[in-house]
Design a protein around this ligand. Sequence first.
Ligand SMILES: NC(=O)c1ccc[n+]([C@@H]2O[C@H](COP(=O)([O-])OP(=O)(O)OC[C@H]3O[C@@H](n4cnc5c(N)ncnc54)[C@H](OP(=O)(O)O)[C@@H]3O)[C@@H](O)[C@H]2O)c1
Length: 330
Amino acid sequence: MAGKVMHAVWYTRYGGGAAGLKHVEIPIPAPGKGEILMKVEATSINPIDWKIQNGFVRPILPRKFPFIPLSDVAGEVVEVGPGVKNFKAGDKIVATLGGPGAGGGLAEYAVAKESLTVLRPPEVSAAKGACLGIAACTALHSLTVTGGLKLEKTEPRTNVLVTAASGGVGHYAVQLAKLGNTHVTATCGARNIDFVKSLGADEVLDYKTPEGAALKSPSGQKYDLVVNCTTGIPWSTFKPNLSKTGKVIDITPGGCTFLNYAVQKLTFSKKKVIPLLVFPNAQEIGFLVKLAKEGKLKTVLDSRYPLSQAEKAWAKSIEGHATGKVVVEP
Ligand SMILES: NC(=O)c1ccc[n+]([C@@H]2O[C@H](COP(=O)([O-])OP(=O)(O)OC[C@H]3O[C@@H](n4cnc5c(N)ncnc54)[C@H](OP(=O)(O)O)[C@@H]3O)[C@@H](O)[C@H]2O)c1
């Protein structure tokens, strides 16, 4: 593909939101050692993508401008670099381009590391496969690695709360939690209550009601594990709803979370909040692809946009009201 050009969308400075995205024609990248050149069939947006544009981790990310955002991709292998053993041209794949700050996905072609790529079976569409990186890995990691939940029905029962269960991470967290022996309480807006029940939640709270804001389980459960996919809920709201050793996994930790985490460590508190940042890896993506293939994990697409309308997709994610995932299809 040397010398050929592709359509890509990048931004050249911090800020600007959807209007800061620019459409460009640039050379197709070449795969290096251990790398794969893929034709991107779909890429999904996570809030971290536009938070990086906002300067959330300035000056660390983006590493340089101009920056092509998005790192969760699915597509077809076009060419492999030296040393690539497990993939060949024509293979259908899902890849992470290297965690939230890597970028490169909002383009017709992208280069992925072989070590961060998995094969995609025909049962998993490109649009849905492209969502199994950051959002699904964060749900899986929060519940199992950090939360200690085993996805087996033979385990003792765990009471789980998932907040913002209608969103990208939350909709996966509800389904994954239900693979274990769990009782799942979930929060979402009124319009999504039936949707979240359809994902398997045992009880659903409208977050705009007093009971929902208080996180009170309608059936009186105390939560052993909370996957907190929203922001602004203080520890004083979580604490009375937790079991004796209940944990809150906070995936959007702010200063209060880090402070509470430190104080709880120092005081050997049994109830805890744990800040978490997840970097997707091929092993977890492969596990999620397998669940999707077996029909045990569904991806719900809020909306799909062509690359020519990347700004609309970006704005949709920034609004914060997606039900499921927002996808761009180059
Ligand atoms: N730590 C990590 O590694 C990691 C990884 C992925 C994501 N995150 C973070 O996790 C958060 C969620 O990400 P996401 O991709 O799931 O976001 P998202 O898809 O944009 O979430 C949107 C959904 O959240 C719902 N929602 C908003 N506020 C709510 C509230 N107070 N209570 C209940 N539901 C609420 C919205 O419902 P309505 O439309 O009804 O309001 C909407 O359906 C973001 O802050 C993101 O940056 C962290």
